[in-house]
Design a binder for this molecule. Structure first.
Ligand SMILES: [Zn+2]
Length: 89
């Protein structure tokens, strides 16, 4: 399995692959630090790739911001056209 990028939300390296049964089953990467969850995918590799890509996209987006404190879930959702994080409460 590929290396996991840092968590795109909290920046810690504490991600692990999780599995959701049902509908054939789905894999996702979950952060043990901030509890956010990456996209669900049919294979582990794809879940890791999606997580790493999310990290790259977010870092590129944040780099372009003039005010680096101005990003939040809502602005990210507008930018990417889909919800980015499924954070458990
Ligand atoms: Zn995190």
């Amino acid at each position: 399995m590929k290396d996991l990028a840092r968590c795109p939300f909290c920046g810690f390296e504490d991600g692990e692959v999780g599995y959701l049964p049902g509908g054939g089953g789905y894999y996702y990467v979950h952060c043990n630090c901030c509890e956010c969850r990456g996209p669900t995918c049919p294979t582990q590799d794809r879940a890791v790739n999606a997580w790493n890509k999310l990290n790259e996209e977010l870092m590129a987006y944040i780099d372009r911001l003039e005010d680096k404190t101005a990003y939040d879930d809502e602005s990210l959702e507008k930018l990417f056209g889909r919800p980015i994080f499924l954070r458990s409460v």
